[in-house]
Write a protein that binds this ligand. Sequence first.
Ligand code: F6P
Length: 354
Amino acid sequence: MAEFKKIGILTSGGDAPGMNAAIRSVTRYAIYKNIEVVGIMNGYQGLLDSQLRSMLEGDVSHVIDRGGTMLYTSRCEEFKTDAGLRKAVEICKQNEIDGIVTIGGDGTFRGANDLCKYGIPCIGLPGTIDNDIACTDATIGFDTAMNTVLNMVDRLRDTGESHARCNVVEVMGRKAGDIAIHTAIALGAEAVAIREYVFNEEYLYEKMLTAKKNGKRCFIVIVSEGTGRLFSEALAEQIQTKTGISTNFAKLAHIQRGGSPSLVDRVLATRMGCEAVELLTNGIAGRVVCLQGRDIVSVDIKLSQIMDKMLNNTLKSGDLDGIPPENIEMMQKRVNERIEYKKFQYDLVDILSR
Ligand code: F6P
């Protein structure tokens, strides 16, 4: 194995709090191992445009507490083409980049996998607030985003209690209702609506009317954006019409993506960043770093993508071709556990607010 001398690092897709903490740990841990670090600005687009900067320890001072990503981010169509990938390889070779740590979500991992196929070793770190990467228990940014939701909705509850109102709050999560379910539990919400399950509106109206009769003044309903563009706002109107309870609608949108990362995200990002450096310098590539239980482990990028498809029910014929049965079984088991856990939590929201 040729000596590993220079590591590239980039962030791509939607930003997430904790990305800077990951950039810091990759940078400092690599330098500690005598490896040079190059920051690639603006994600894969920046790689194609040779937007590179060398990174020293001081460059990542005072970033562990900052939201956003100091390397900036973008979405890049050219990177999906053969010509784009060849150009990326050429730029890596010219700049003697031996491998890249890519931080982002499923789109980022697709790019990393492609780059691996073209001969540039890559490791993916899951950085997205949505927690929609099946192979890891938590993604970088998920915890902070949920805490932001709590902080905002606790305020809505104060005023809702004073005025006897309901607040329907839309939270992020294009494909996964994880933010919605967890925050609904933590807020003691009346109900949660996510794209994964059919929502029973009539049941909610009945439940609210009974609670109102028993003296309840403030109601919180959390809706995940994955339910569709107009669902949450329409639900707020319907609640008011069907129950007579004054109802406000709030969409938290990108507020959830910003802010100083929580302790949990800073520690997770730091541990994952060190693991990425360990893997690359040990000649291991094409993997996603994950949290499973208390452990930081890694999973093959291709398997991680298949698990995402299993979770989202988007597997196509041929996707499992060539994969050993024991791997398929392992993936299905993990995905099933995740689905069961989600359903259990979803049911809890209702049970604990009756
Ligand atoms: O990071 C994931 C996510 O927050 C989704 O929940 C949301 O749909 C999407 O990003 C919006 O991203 P953007 O507005 O940056 O395209």
